[in-house]
Ligand binder design. Structure first.
Ligand code: 2BA
Length: 145
């Protein structure tokens, strides 16, 4: 069992650890699935946030969601990609965390998810909190304990 004597870091606000929105690859509700597939492929990320025109978080889109949406009975129907809107196929039941939340909440939630979308109270997308950033921070505290 790891023992970290000073647990104050658990209560620090997550603000410092957020990857800001302008550095996060995302798609818009009205983008079509072909554009989304391009963004996912080019960035290499397996899942990215979906925002509306007011920059509010609406859902998540993954490579799997896109592929599922064009899966026919016998083959993948690529020709349907331009007609499908991101808003129709995205996942809406997604984990999110508030800018005012603490490190501990982020740590707890990141056990189940590779990243969390960070939002303001009104749903405005602020950025993401990734497993990598939180693990790096946790490592610092454990090694200095
Ligand atoms: P994944 O895309 O499945 O990536 C898993 C891990 O692989 C990432 O962990 C990172 O360590 C590495 N990785 C993948 N693609 C990378 C790339 N293009 N450049 C550098 N490293 C890459 P985390 O950094 O903890 O990220 C967890 C998840 O957060 C990612 O899962 C992705 O879904 C999302 N994510 C991270 N950074 C993002 C960004 N700038 N824009 C959009 N989504 C991002």
């Amino acid at each position: 069992m790891i023992s970290v004597n000073n647990k104050e870091f658990l209560f620090t606000p997550i603000g410092d650890y957020i990857i800001p929105a302008e550095k996060v690859a995302h798609v818009q509700l009205g983008n079509n699935a072909e554009h989304a597939l391009l963004v996912l492929t080019k960035t290499g990320y397996s899942s990215i946030p979906v925002l509306d025109a007011q920059d509010r978080l609406q859902g998540l889109l993954s490579m799997r969601t896109v592929t599922d949406s064009i899966l026919g009975l016998a083959h993948i129907e690529y020709e349907r990609l331009p007609d499908l809107k991101v808003g129709e196929i995205m996942k809406t039941d997604i984990p999110r965390i508030l800018t005012t939340d603490r490190f501990q909440r982020g740590l707890d939630m990141l056990i189940d998810y590779p990243f969390l979308c960070v939002v303001e109270e009104d749903g405005t997308f602020v950025g993401i909190l990734t497993r990598r950033v939180i693990l790096k921070e946790l490592k610092k505290y454990i090694y200095s304990a």
